[in-house]
Design a protein around this ligand. Structure first.
Ligand code: CTP
Length: 402
């Protein structure tokens, strides 16, 4: 995930270097933002060498406004972490003052914010600072409390920047909240499959992969170790633990079975071809007769296979399938739930123009043994969150569902 690390002018600024390294060790990308007083304590070059990114230290630097950098960054970061945070920056953030890059980024971002204050004991106890900290806390900002001990100013007391390990752990806790998916393997399939006829033609479908990609990203956000098995799509996959690219249904079948063994959840969002050409011709087929007949044969049903295996073994992952339908949506989804021994079927009516294939929104009905739950038209990102809420509930009792 991408973390903006704001460094302000405190003696603890040198510890922010260790924080950046620690975050990188956890697999995150870090972009450092330094206030002008921070640069007096530690050089931007240090952060640049560690993060391997340009350090943002001046809002007015040529280039910084070409793509309105604070806005561009505000929408791409997963976390804004300020360490160390002085009384001055805390005051600015609490009061909406946006007069440098860091304070402007704070007002522009909707990412979670984590602040590690560091200052002299009396400053930390001052009513103005307390009030500003309370304001930030009331608005959802989280804190890594400063430690007690000898302060650089010679005082003994509370105000010393928390240790880098503690700050990294706090960032991890914000980014990967300790829900039921944390650390569990989630396998998601996405996109269409292409069944080749010859080197230039294939039988495919209109799936864009958006729904599966949104599910993979949301599961990763909840701390799951996500393997995404994607058919041919033009969209960029989200950054998850592992992305496996496949083309044909048979390849997807093999990849899913190989990966499903230690998965806690398998979500089959891919639109897998039900039939594939009986044979793929190695050379391009040239036209001839007025009509030709394509002979197609059944592909393996991946979800049904997983359901049958789980039934036989008496244990296995939570299984989620999709049902893209044009009529009798809920009845067909319920039938698939039973036939494939799945736990949840996400049914969508693909005859609607605003839901299903190639669009960013979806209107689905969740069909499980507990009943039928229609959701309103929402973005696929929101739908993914709703589906994973349901999955988290299903994970709780880990008994077999047959
Ligand atoms: N599926 C699968 N393997 C296949 C076909 C489908 O794993 N060969 C999965 C899909 O990923 C989806 C679910 O099964 O999660 C339902 O897919 P769908 O095509 O709607 O169902 P089918 O079983 O193909 O049923 P029908 O053709 O009767 O609609």
């Amino acid at each position: 995930m991408l973390i903006a690390l704001g460094v302000t002018g405190g003696i603890g600024a040198y510890k922010a270097v260790e924080v950046a390294r620690g975050l990188q060790k956890q697999g995150h990308e870090v972009v450092a933002i330094m206030t002008s007083s921070a640069s007096r304590f530690v050089g931007p070059v240090t952060f640049e060498a560690i993060t391997r990114r340009r350090v943002i230290s001046d809002q007015w630097e040529p280039g910084a406004n070409a793509d309105i950098e604070h806005i561009a960054l505000a929408s791409t970061i997963d976390l804004l972490l300020v360490a160390p945070a002085t009384a001055n920056i805390i005051g600015k953030l609490a009061n909406g003052i946006a007069d440098d890059f860091l304070s402007t980024l704070y007002t522009a971002t909707r990412a979670p914010v984590l602040i590690a204050p560091a200052m002299n004991t009396n400053m930390f106890a001052h009513h103005a600072v307390r009030r500003n900290l309370d304001t930030l806390a009331a608005n959802g900002v989280r804190f890594v409390e400063p430690g007690e001990g000898y302060l650089a100013c010679g005082w003994i007391g509370r105000g010393r920047l928390a240790e880098p390990d503690e700050i990294v752990a706090a960032a991890e806790a914000v980014l990967r909240p300790p829900g039921p998916l944390r650390g569990r393997k989630v396998l998601v399939t996405a996109g269409p499959t292409y069944e080749d006829l010859d080197p230039v033609r294939y039988v495919g479908n209109r799936s864009s992969g958006r729904m599966g990609f949104a599910l993979a990203a949301e599961a990763a956000r909840r701390g799951a170790v996500v393997t995404l098995i994607a058919g041919p799509t033009s969209l960029d996959p989200p950054s998850v633990h592992q992305v496996v690219r496949v083309r044909r249904a048979a390849e997807m079948h093999a990849a899913v079975l190989e990966q499903a063994g230690d998965a806690a959840v398998v979500i089959m969002a891919a639109a897998v071809a039900d039939y594939a050409p009986e044979q793929r011709v190695n050379q391009k087929v040239h036209k001839g007769a007025d009509t030709i007949t394509l002979v197609l044969t059944r592909t393996p049903d991946i979800l049904a296979d997983l359901g049958a295996r789980r039934l036989a073994a008496g244990t296995g992952p939570v299984l989620v399938g999709f049902a893209a339908e044009t009529e009798d949506v809920v009845a067909r989804a319920a039938e698939k739930l039973h036939r494939k021994h799945a736990d949840l079927i996400v049914a969508n009516d693909v005859s609607r123009g605003d839901a299903g294939f190639e669009v960013a929104t979806n209107a689905v009905t969740l069909v499980s043994r507990d009943g039928v739950d229609p959701l309103p038209l929402e973005t696929k990102v929101r739908v993914a969150a709703e589906i994973l809420d349901r999955v988290e509930r299903l994970l709780a009792p880990a008994e077999v569902r047959a």
